[in-house]
Design a protein around this ligand. Structure first.
Ligand SMILES: Cc1ncc(COP(=O)(O)O)c(C=O)c1O
Length: 382
């Protein structure tokens, strides 16, 4: 048994989260109420949006965004195959058809030129409804050209900002380019609510629709047993909202701590043969550190490295198996290996190391020493 365990992620919870949760439990109002409203209000304000609609998950927010955008059976939505599966799944929920474009191999986000080309090609065919850029690993997609092309063709832009709260480019926050965006607060995220998500939009009609859809299709008349449309139970409970309220107030601090951890990793792994950190952001772009990922050179066996780290008590995770190669996507749409080469290359070369804001310096040092030794020995053994 290893003497030490370094976990992949951990939430950052303080007495403030506990205090607000306790207030909610004492109040007895565990669904809706002023704490949920305060969370939504402060979240929207933080990003200069008119409406934040709290949801039970980021996936739920994406699903509702698809409905608001009017995605129907057979409609096409352009997105990336290099993401967590929920981003593309949200298209399938409404029987839409994902049209994948490959990533830029440096930034790992949707290639903007390829995305614009896809918009220009598909829009005249009449079924293109939306484009879903994913701000992956806390890095914003280069949005300007995509946004312009989408506007030219009347295509809705839905941003998946689940991994990128607080990231920005040229002064614009992730989630503020498109008509609607989704955030996720799973416990490995930069801020958490336990499970939870937010749909962010400036559109009054979409916010109203989202509030109805998350609440079993109820109208805003307040009549509890009247359902004017097919809805879901996608509500965020108020206990989660209390955690979220404390976390959104602490967001600056949370992001700052994560950045400090990433900088220590960067410094310790700099120059290590066989391992490359992800590309730094361009000028004007600010990352919101979600995960710490290394890219392994060809010839370094990722599975062996993961096992060697595990033997030392260090968790790690290969990121991401490409969505188009997931069994359901192959079966449904006939995707095959070789269709998105940059995504597939990234899908075999990236490894996430333990990462969260409270990761101790000694733990980071321990992980980096282990990576250095294990990668070194693999290169010697070949
Ligand atoms: C890119 C991306 N999209 C969507 C989601 C879905 O969020 P959730 O797990 O809150 O449903 C996640 C995270 O889990 C994600 O990383």
């Amino acid at each position: 048994m290893p003497h030490r365990r370094v976990q992949l992620s951990a939430p950052d919870i303080t007495s403030e989260e506990r205090r607000l949760v306790d207030e909610v439990l004492t109040s007895g109002q565990l669904s809706f109420g002023p704490v949920l409203e305060a969370f939504e209000h402060e979240f929207a304000e933080r990003f200069g949006a008119r409406h934040a609609v709290a949801m039970s998950s980021g996936t739920a927010a994406l699903h509702v965004a698809m409905i608001a955008a009017g995605v129907r059976e057979g409609d096409v939505v352009i997105t990336t195959p290099f993401s967590f599966v929920a981003s593309a799944n949200s298209i399938l929920f409404e029987r839409g058809v994902p049209h994948f474009v490959d990533i830029d191999p440096e930034t790992l986000t949707m290639d903007p030129a390829a995305t614009v080309h896809a918009i220009e090609t598909l829009a005249p065919q009449g079924r293109l409804r939306a484009v879903l850029p994913v701000h992956l690993f806390g890095r914003t997609v280069e949005m300007d050209a995509i946004l312009a092309a989408a506007r030219r063709h009347g295509v809705v832009v839905i941003e998946d900002a689940c991994e990128a709260i607080g990231a920005s480019a040229d002064g614009i926050f992730a989630g503020r380019w498109g008509e609607v965006s989704a955030f996720g607060f799973y416990p490995n995220k930069q801020m958490t609510t336990g499970e939870g998500g937010v749909l962010l939009t400036d559109r009054d009609d979409w916010a109203r629709l989202a509030r109805s859809l998350r609440n079993q299709g109820r109208s805003d008349s307040g009549t509890w047993l009247e359902h004017e449309r097919l809805g879901f139970n996608y509500r965020m409970d108020t206990i989660s909202a209390a955690i979220g309220l404390a976390q959104i107030r602490r967001l600056g601090e949370l992001l700052h701590k994560r950045e400090a951890v990433a900088m220590r990793y960067n410094a310790l792994l700099a120059g290590l043969d066989g391992v490359t950190p992800l590309a730094p952001p361009r000028a004007g772009m600010h990352l919101s550190w979600f995960v710490y990922i290394i890219r392994l050179a060809e010839g370094i066996d990722r599975g062996r490295l993961k096992a060697a780290l595990a033997a030392r008590g260090i968790d790690s995770r290969p990121y991401f198996p490409p969505i188009h190669l997931q069994p359901i996507y192959r079966e449904k749409f006939g995707f095959r290996p070789g269709m998105f080469p940059h995504t597939e290359a990234a899908g075999t070369a990236l490894l996430a190391l333990p990462f969260h804001g409270n990761l101790a310096a000694e733990d980071i040092d321990y992980v980096c020493e282990a990576v250095t030794e294990d990668v070194g020995s693999m290169k010697v053994m070949g």
